[in-house]
Design a protein around this ligand. Sequence first.
Ligand code: ATP
Length: 242
Amino acid sequence: MLEACELSKAYGANLALNALNLRVAPGEIFCLLGANGAGKTTTIHLFLNFIAPSVGVARIGGFDVSRDTGQARQMVAYLPENVALYPRLSGVENLDYFSRLSGHRYAKKQLRNFLMAAGLLEEAADKPVANYSKGMRQKVGIAIACAKEAKVLLLDEPTSGLDPQASYEFSNLLRTLADSGVAILMATHDLFRVKESGHRAGIMKGGKMLTVLNTGEISAAELERIYLQYMQAGLHVAEAAL
Ligand SMILES: Nc1ncnc2c1ncn2[C@@H]1O[C@H](COP(=O)(O)OP(=O)(O)OP(=O)(O)O)[C@@H](O)[C@H]1O
């Protein structure tokens, strides 16, 4: 569903992303881990065609995002760290607006149902989003993705700044979406949530994907230990620790 082949991005002499090869299947949650500057956002921006690759290809649903941009965009929804909504419009109105942009017209009842399914409380749906917490805005973002019937969801640090309960609820939502067949690629620093909600986690450093771990096979403590070893040491030392 989501595929990177030798995907690379150079800024002058700086290789922000270095020959990434990655496949994320329908129903899978793949987490990108790595320190600041590792190349996580660059990867997501390449899939969104916000930036062009220097080398390699990013595909969504088999479409090359640089060449078949319209088809690829139709399949994808993006949740940045802070979901951009119209503050004076309510949750329902924002959802209606963004759904129309993606070619969907829903009755008010259906719009409310998407918001409820994303965990927004019914009484909040008609209030201006200017008064929403970050967690509530993220829920509207998920509702927008569901209403768009996106097959692929790209997220950049979606749980940063969320309280533990909101973060927990958000992770459950992602699992539900994945269970319905959505392929999810998420950049995050939240190792605990990666273990709880991700199926695989890739550890990146200096634009390189150093290793990919199956989260079901390791504990949260092991994930943290391996992550720190990759961050602190060279590749070979960290591999010896696996
Ligand atoms: N527009 C740009 N021009 C030049 N260099 C850039 C640009 N965007 C990103 N970079 C560089 O690319 C590298 C990867 O950055 P990227 O934003 O992908 O990291 P990240 O893993 O998402 O970090 P963070 O956790 O801070 O979000 C960094 O060295 C960054 O300085």
